[in-house]
Structures are given as C-alpha cells and as structure tokens.
Ligand binder design. Structure first.
Ligand SMILES: *Cc1c(COP(=O)(O)O)cnc(C)c1O
Length: 388
C-alpha cells in the first residue's frame, strides 16, 4: 500500500493567531536530562498522540537530530506518519497489533508489540509475504492489566515465537508500570520482580532480546538505578521530554522545562454595561461596566468548555479571567483591569508570558483532568510552530 507524501495542511497555516509554539531548545535539554537520568540505559522517546499534542513530526525530527535513536508510538498509523515525514530511526508501536496493520508495519519497518497468538501469526505471515524478518517486542503484563501476555501464558507464546523464527525477530521484552507515579506504591517492586522473572523465562527459552524495558517517566524519575543497563537497558519517557513530571513528588528530580506555549490573540474588544450577559446561556453577567476581549480559540481546539467562567489567560503579562461559556471556536476574557489592551495583543492560554505562568497541571485541575490530557487535547486545527 502506497501513500503519497502529504501536502502542507491548510490547517497548519498560521493565519488565525491561535497556535502552539514548541521550544526546540527546551525539548533538546529535556531529552538530555532523560538521557542523563537513564544512566547506562538507552532512551526510547515516546511521541504517541501527536507527541502529547506537541506535533509528532516536528518533535521526532528535533529529537532525532538531538541523538534520539528509538521512538515509541501507540498506533501503526502514527508510525507511518513519522516514516512519511522521513524519520529513519526504529519506531516501536506500543499499542499492540491489529489485523490490517501487519503489512504496514513490515512495509514501514515499524517494530511490533506482541502479546497474543494472533499477533505472532499475523506478523510472521506479513513478514514471510514480504520476504523479510519483522522486529518485535514481547509484552508481559506484570500488573497493569491492560496489554501484555499474562505470566502463565508466556511459555506458550515463546513457543510460537520460536516457531516464527526467521520471520519474527524478538528484539525486545517489555512491560509497563501501573503505579510508578504513586510514591512507594507496593505494586511497583512487584512489577519489577515479575518482569525479571519473565525475562529469565525468555532467556531460558533461548531468546536474548536486545532491549528490556518497563519504565515510563515516573519509573525513570522515581526509581533511579532501576535501569541498570543489564536486565533493564531501555527506558520509555514521554511526559518528561515535554518538560512535565507525572506527579508533584517527582518535580525537581531533573531540571525540566515545559516545551509548549499555547497562544492566541485578541480579535475583538468591546465595553459592555453592567448587567450584560456574555456568551451562550448567559451564565456570566457583567458585575460592572466591563471590557470584554474575544479570543479565537474554543473547545474544538481543545480549549475545554470546563474553562467557562473558570479559566484564566495571560495578557500584557497579567492574568485575565475567562467569562461566560467557552464556545466551539471562541471564548471571552474580562480585560477591564488591563487597560491598554488592544486588538492584536498576544494572549497565552498555556505557558509563560512575562513573569506569569499557566501550567498544564493548573489547567487540568480546573477541567478535572490530568496535565497529560490538557496537552493531548490541543486540537488538530491548531498549527504547531517550532521556535528556538
Ligand atoms: C505513554 C507510554 C509511555 C510514556 O509514559 P509517560 O508517563 O508519558 O512517560 C511509556 N510506555 C508506554 C507503553 C506508554 O503507553
């Protein structure tokens, strides 16, 4: 199956002032921090979900240039997108395997994650049809209960992999932490023990997987020394590359810098008299004569409707409250206390302006969700621009 190289998306044209800026310098420095924290282990840079909203293609290109040698995505589709963009490094498809994906994984040299009989068979079949050996990582469920073969079925899968030798090369053995973001959670050491036991079984079956890994950002930051370079020689940070930690107790373990700044601009200004309702449903009424700024960003861009009358933006280096409902394409801010505001002024939705900062953690708290989701939700119609 061939795809033609995509044209520049019209949605990437930065015409509307709403955009995401990605700091190349911050991204490079965070990657260096991850590499340092990994010690003797290698780093697989997780760029799934459009690199947590940062723009997978730009992020992967920068990281590849910064020395990243392995990438992780959730979907075959995401891996194919990176190949189309010219990313050459190995890409692990962590979210599992599906019918219809094996041929594409082989064609684009994507590394499969296997944990079911049909994964091994499907991949082997596609590899034989193409006359190549496909690479794969075997995933063990050590306590997350999401993906992975259960320990009691590992032996059977290893038997299948032995039969598929020549078509499927077992390059890695992996698992995934469920609670590494919780301080001193007893499941974490149990998962490590199950992982080591599984690895022993893999080796006893005659396999010597080049990569052994189970740590996300929380595992990398919270368990220094875990990746000993022997049994565990690869780590898979996502969030920390983007300059955030999974939970506050992990802050300060490495000096990380947020990479993303989400900006828009004032496109309309008006003074409304006291008592005027603003936006759909009239949930907010001006308590005084109020200067209202209209911003061209809404929930279709991932700016949550939960920010209605609760969010804040930065303007002229100060905070301004969102008033009334966030609509699909627009929202309004009260700028009465920011005299001198003009149409065209830059507005920061997430990130820093002057001495003020709006962090993804704080936005998540308002919207009853995680910083991870705040980032991932930034929509497809917001252009991502690389800045120094
Ligand atoms: C998302 C993901 C990661 C990265 O998690 P972070 O918490 O962002 O570091 C690592 N491994 C797997 C399998 C994942 O799905």
């Amino acid at each position: 199956m061939a795809f033609s190289a995509p044209k520049r998306r019209a949605l990437d044209l930065p015409i509307r002032p709403t955009r995401v800026e990605i700091s190349e310098g911050a991204l490079r420095r965070n990657f260096a921090r991850a590499t340092e924290a990994a010690g003797p282990a290698q780093v697989l840079a997780v760029v799934k979900a459009n690199a947590y909203g940062h723009g997978a293609v730009q992020v992967a290109r920068v990281l590849e240039d910064a020395g990243a040698t392995l990438f992780g995505v959730a979907l075959v589709e995401e891996g194919v997108e990176l190949r189309h963009a010219g990313v050459k490094s190995p890409i692990l498809v962590m979210g599992g395997s599906y019918d219809g994906g094996y041929g594409l994984m082989v064609e684009h040299r994507l590394t499969a994650t296997l944990f079911r009989r049909e994964h091994v068979e499907g991949l082997a079949q596609a590899a034989r049809a193409a006359g190549v050996a496909a690479t794969a990582h075997l995933k063990l469920d050590t306590g997350m209960s999401r993906l992975g073969v259960s320990p009691d079925e590992l032996g059977e899968l290893l038997g299948l992999l032995r039969a598929a030798r020549g078509a499927v090369e077992l390059e890695g053995f992996m698992s995934h932490f469920a609670n590494a973001d919780l301080e001193d959670d007893p499941l974490t050491p149990r998962q490590v023990a199950r992982f080591r036991e599984g690895l022993r079984q893999v080796r006893d079956a005659g396999f010597n997987p080049r990569y052994r890994h189970l740590a996300n950002s929380a595992g990398l930051l919270g368990l220094p020394g875990l990746a000993d370079g022997l049994d565990i020689n690869l780590v898979r940070p996502g969030l920390m590359l983007y300059g955030l930690t999974p939970d506050a107790w992990l802050d300060g373990r490495q000096p990380l810098e947020p990479v993303l700044t989400w900006k828009t601009g004032v496109i309309h200004l008006k003074t409304v008299p006291k008592g005027t309702a603003v936006s759909y449903g009239g949930i907010w009424t001006a308590p005084r004569d109020t200067v209202v700024a209209t911003l061209p960003v809404g929930y279709a861009d991932g700016y949550s409707r939960d920010f209605s009358s609760k969010g804040e933006v930065l303007l002229r280096g100060r905070r301004a409250p969102i008033v009334g409902r966030v609509t699909m394409d627009m929202c309004m801010a009260d700028v009465t206390d920011l005299p001198g505001t003009r149409v065209g002024d830059e507005v920061v939705l997430l990130g820093g302006q002057g001495a003020e900062q709006l962090r993804a953690e704080a936005l998540g708290a308002i919207a009853n969700t995680l910083h991870y989701e705040v980032l991932c939700r930034i929509g497809a119609r917001v252009p991502r621009l690389l800045v120094p």
